[in-house]
Design a protein around this ligand. Structure first.
Ligand code: ZN
Length: 157
């Protein structure tokens, strides 16, 4: 598990090596186009730690903020929850030939997602994978909170 800490907070995200590999594979497969999908996992009881345990590809990425796609994915989320017991945690997408910083469009999409999923999840995650020259250059994970995207950093303690 790779551990990340929300800067300035006692909030953590862990991501399994296997899931990370499936994300990298999909980001590289989609290159030079954008790849992306949904992140599923579990929270500890006090919600201080979210574990990303499963990635599910989505047919489109930035557009996943649209309510049409959300209503389609909502059914898929419920099925996945039933089958695995895992919860929807957020989204990821790649930035082909770009860095892992979120864009204005990314922030807007997360606002829509948070509004749409209000009852289910207040603080969805956004993971962005940077791909350059067919190689994964790195990633960032953000937590959506009150129209802001807050960055996690890798926790090496
Ligand atoms: Zn983006």
């Amino acid at each position: 598990m790779v551990k990340h800490r929300l800067i300035g907070h006692e909030l953590y995200v862990e991501i399994g090596e296997e899931v990370l590999n499936t994300i990298y594979e999909e980001a590289l497969r989609a290159y030079p186009f954008e790849g992306g999908g949904f992140l599923f996992g579990a929270y500890t009881e006090d919600r201080s730690l979210a574990q990303i345990l499963l990635m599910v590809k989505s047919p489109s990425t930035h557009a996943s903020g649209s309510s049409f796609l959300r209503s389609v994915s909502e059914k898929q989320f419920m099925r996945i929850h039933k089958e695995t017991g895992l919860h929807y945690l957020g989204e990821w997408h790649s930035h082909p030939d770009g860095n892992a910083q979120y864009s204005g469009i990314d922030r807007q999409a997360m606002i829509e997602i948070a509004e749409y999923n209000k009852t289910e999840i207040e603080n969805p995650l956004l993971m962005i994978v940077s791909v350059k020259s067919r190689k994964v250059k790195g990633y960032e994970i953000y937590m959506y909170d009150n129209k802001q995207l807050l960055r996690y950093e890798q926790d090496r303690s």
